[in-house]
Design a protein around this ligand. Structure first.
Ligand code: AMP
Length: 285
């Protein structure tokens, strides 16, 4: 696997692949099976796969979160090699952003009004800007994103459409632990006690899906049930919402395409998860 740490080296590598279908998997590292599922999906449909690891400072709204974000480049590289990834782009913060950097990609409207967009300030401005920069550098045919970050995925799909970026965005399912907790790099920051408590999140999503499958169509009924239970398990709740999958506007009445999404703090660790109510929850849980 080629490890590229400079923009010029990445561009030169990309030029050498002119006739091949290139897949791209952007990450912030501390790689887990969720990330690897994206690499596998890219391997399946592309001739070459480029992954990136860059802990993007402009998308963090809390400095403590940025400072504590886990990283293990050596282990990450070994995982990518084992999966047959062709190249890794990983670059220092100062080389990614010039000192006088001043051009941002700022999403607006209903996609950013709620959920993480409401409480995380300029988070999606940071995400859209870094993803645009990465797409411009890598110039992939396809880029792979996880449904775990469901709002991010919707915003990036819209951005690519709105700005006519020449790339197909591929949406990949959430990978979960055996007990249901969605894999996340931040999970390793949980204490044992909080890790055990955090299983409530996926249990509540499964229960919400159950209520929907049995005919419940009032968002408020399901949201109240989830809030009541989550208040017991989490230190603090950021949001509990049920939104339309495309517009991310809160649902007045539930349908198959309604997505239950939530964010909650376990200790200082903020966890997010979501589930489309029309889909069965993984049966093992
Ligand atoms: P991150 O490193 O957290 O920025 O995530 C990089 C990519 O991996 C994003 O597209 C995420 O949505 C995706 N991802 C993270 N966790 C999971 C998961 N549990 N299942 C599927 N994809 C995931």
């Amino acid at each position: 696997m080629k490890v590229l740490t400079k923009k010029a080296d990445l561009r030169a590598y990309r030029r050498s692949l002119s006739a091949e279908v290139v897949g791209f998997v952007p990450t912030m590292g501390a790689l887990h099976e969720g990330h690897m599922s994206l690499v596998r999906a890219a391997k399946q449909s592309c001739d070459r796969v480029i992954a990136s690891i860059f802990v993007n400072p402009t998308q963090f709204d809390r400095d403590a979160d940025l400072q504590s974000y886990p990283s293990d480049l050596e282990a990450d590289q070994a995982k990518l090699v084992a999966e047959g990834c062709d190249a890794l782009f990983t670059i220092a913060k100062d080389s990614m952003y010039e000192a006088d950097f001043s051009t941002w990609v700022v999403p607006e409207g209903s996609l950013v009004a709620g959920l993480c967009g409401r409480t995380r300030g300029s988070h999606f401005r940071g995400v859209c800007t870094v993803v645009t920069k990465l797409l411009s550098l890598v110039q992939p045919d396809r880029a792979f994103f996880g449904q775990k970050d469901f709002q991010q995925l919707a915003i990036i799909q819209r951005m690519v459409r709105d700005l006519d970026l020449p790339v197909d965005i591929v949406s990949c399912p959430i990978v979960r632990e055996a007990d249901g907790l969605a894999l996340s790099s931040r999970n390793q920051l949980l204490t044992a006690e909080n890790r055990a408590a955090a299983v409530t999140i996926s249990q509540l999503l499964a229960r919400a899906r159950d209520m929907f499958a049995k005919g419940e169509r009032q968002p408020q009924v399901i949201k109240s049930m989830v809030r009541e239970q989550l208040e017991v398990s989490a230190r603090a709740i950021d949001y509990i919402e049920i939104v339309d999958r495309q517009s991310l506007v809160p649902c007045e009445r539930l349908c198959e395409d309604s997505v239950m999404a939530l964010a909650a703090f376990y200790g200082d660790v903020r966890l997010i998860d979501n589930h489309r109510l029309g889909d069965a929850f993984p049966s093992a849980l």
